[in-house]
Design a protein around this ligand. Structure first.
Ligand SMILES: [Zn+2]
Ligand SMILES: [Zn+2]
Length: 246
């Protein structure tokens, strides 16, 4: 389906079914009993929740042993600490797909509610600005909105922390999923720009995205912000590495 049509379809669906006729986790039409998710998906969602007592303090990945195998190669001048609420597995993956590709942007508030709980724990001394991971203008034209911006705005509403689009995406990098960690880092070099470096100076910044996988994207953004004098840069996402995946 062409992006234009899918966008039209999604917005038409929101008009016709303002009370979420389908479960956003499994598409069951009967899934209207618990708002966005059916009872079954809601229970499954809780199983995907990252146990923060057993998560890596730097990258937020669920730990199996004592040492994290995920963030060993994260740059020192990258993200100070990251966290995400859920493992990327059903129904989390479908919630994200519905928001990102089918334009059900109101899911941003649903995501932000769980992320808001993480923010206090992640940044006990407070945050000055919430900054979404930016999207390239060409992709914005395809999709209609930057999903990270939608989540960031909702998180700003939940926490009262101002949201500012400090970064821009200069390079329209190809799909990251197929690349290795090294290739991702290479592809992302020079991919971002900062609008007004003085805005970042001295600030504690929380980067927001839908998913943190290898961390290359948030680390590249963080390097730019810290290079502009940001005091600390945190990253928060709705989902990340699946539970038990490492
Ligand atoms: Zn469901
Ligand atoms: Zn880690």
């Amino acid at each position: 389906m062409k992006p234009f049509l899918s966008r039209l379809g999604a917005s038409a669906m929101e008009l016709v079914y303002p009370e979420f006729a389908n479960c956003m986790g499994c598409a069951e039409p009967s899934g209207t009993d618990v708002r966005w998710l059916c009872g079954e998906c809601l229970a499954k969602l809780e199983e995907c929740r990252i146990d923060r007592d057993r998560a890596c303090p730097r990258c937020g990945a669920p730990l199996k042993g004592d040492i994290c195998v995920r963030c060993g190669d994260w740059p020192r001048d990258g993200v100070n600490r990251a966290a995400y609420a859920f493992g990327y597995q059903p129904p989390v993956d479908n919630i994200i797909r519905n928001m990102k590709y089918r334009g059900v942007y109101r899911l941003g508030s649903f995501m932000a509610t769980d992320m808001a709980r993480l923010v206090k724990e992640l940044c006990p001394d407070g945050i000055d600005r919430i900054v979404p991971v930016p999207m390239h203008p060409a992709r914005m034209r395809e999709r209609g909105k930057n999903h990270a911006q939608v989540i960031a705005a909702a998180l700003s509403g939940e926490t009262g922390i101002p949201c500012e689009e400090m970064l821009v995406r200069i390079k329209n990098t190809r799909q990251q999923a197929k690349l290795t960690g090294e290739e991702r880092r290479e592809a992302l070099k020079g991919a971002f720009g900062i609008r007004e470096p003085s805005e970042a100076s001295g600030k504690k910044i929380l980067l927001v995205d839908d998913v943190i996988t290898t961390g290359s994207t948030v680390n590249e953004c963080a390097r730019l912000l810290r290079g502009a004098g940001a005091m600390r840069v945190y990253a928060c996402a709705f989902a990340g590495e699946a539970k038990g995946g490492l």
